[in-house]
Design a protein around this ligand. Structure first.
Ligand SMILES: [Cu+2]
Length: 295
């Protein structure tokens, strides 16, 4: 038997179909401009694919988070739009629409689903951090990267050589300028990169590595990773650090161990043997005031 609500339900179903079609079509149009590869990694830098032993974990969390968020968004937006259109006020409507109290199954649904989502996100984040920022694999090569206004020094600790960088000069291209310092990293080697600052807060960032660490004066930070893919990358300071912050760029060259040894040998041979110490710091951060007081 037909209920009096039958025509309204029929209209609602038609609207739901139309909205679904519009959603699918607009999604297809939006995504038609991007490559499959870009889509797969959620528009992260393309050169991050396989760049280090951490990039896959980060991309996985990023893409998984977006998929979950989009699914929730689609359901929420869909239901909102559906209600707005299907139950809109019509000409012959008089007075208030039907007033309804709570609906237990829906209340339970929208309490439990968000809890599952939050626990899922939390678990995935902890899992990713354990694989990446908590990576404490001892370094086969220890390298110190020192940020300074507005360039970088590199101490190749294991190889007993150093490189003192000067400020890059932008040349109008996206590349770091001609003078930009170059950090050499051996591929497929456990690296322990200690990050320090000589003056103000800087931040070490190689976009392709999908990792960034603050360099806070007096508080060294360490980055453990393995660069997997030989090639050239770009690095920059990611913390506004003064007038020429935008020129605080550097090149990263991930090379074979032979080439890394050759590069560091060349530094030693040209007189850059040893390390650039704290004595070069402009600030007093490197001195421990308590120790001095005891003297
Ligand atoms: Cu900086």
């Amino acid at each position: 038997m037909d209920s009096p609500n039958q025509p309204a339900r029929g209209r609602a179903a038609t609207w739901a179909k139309r909205l679904g079609l519009v959603g699918v079509l607009s999604g297809a149009v939006l995504l038609s401009g991007c490559s499959k590869e870009e889509l797969k990694i959620g528009f992260m830098p393309l050169d991050s694919v396989g760049a280090t032993n951490h990039t896959e974990a980060y991309t996985h969390l990023w893409v998984g988070g977006w998929i979950a968020a989009l699914l929730v968004g689609l359901v929420t937006w869909g239901l909102m739009l559906f209600c707005l259109i299907a139950y809109r006020r019509r000409k012959h409507d008089r007075g208030l629409p039907v007033q309804m109290g709570y609906n237990m199954p829906i209340e339970i649904f929208y309490t439990i689903v968000p809890i599952i989502l939050v626990v899922g996100f939390f678990g995935q984040t902890v899992h990713t951090l354990n694989q990446t920022t908590e990576d404490k694999t001892p370094g086969e090569q220890k390298i110190e990267v020192v940020g300074k206004q507005w360039a970088w020094d590199f101490n190749y600790v294991t190889e007993d050589a150093y490189y003192a960088g000067v400020q890059a000069n932008l040349d109008g291209t996206e590349k770091p300028g001609k003078n930009a310092p170059t950090l050499y990293l051996p591929a497929n080697t456990n690296l322990e990169i200690e990050l320090r600052s000589r003056d103000v807060i800087h931040s070490f960032w190689v976009p392709a590595f999908l990792e960034k660490r603050d360099m806070i004066p007096g508080q060294p930070n360490t980055l453990h990773l393995k660069a997997l893919k030989e090639g050239e990358y770009m690095g920059k300071c990611a913390e506004l650090c003064g007038e020429f912050h935008s020129e605080m760029l550097f090149n990263v060259k991930v090379v074979s161990m032979e080439e890394f040894k050759a590069q560091t040998k060349q530094l030693r041979d040209s007189g850059n043997k040893g390390q650039l110490g704290d004595d070069l710091d402009r600030t007093e951060w490197h001195k421990n005031p308590y120790e001095e007081g005891e003297k």
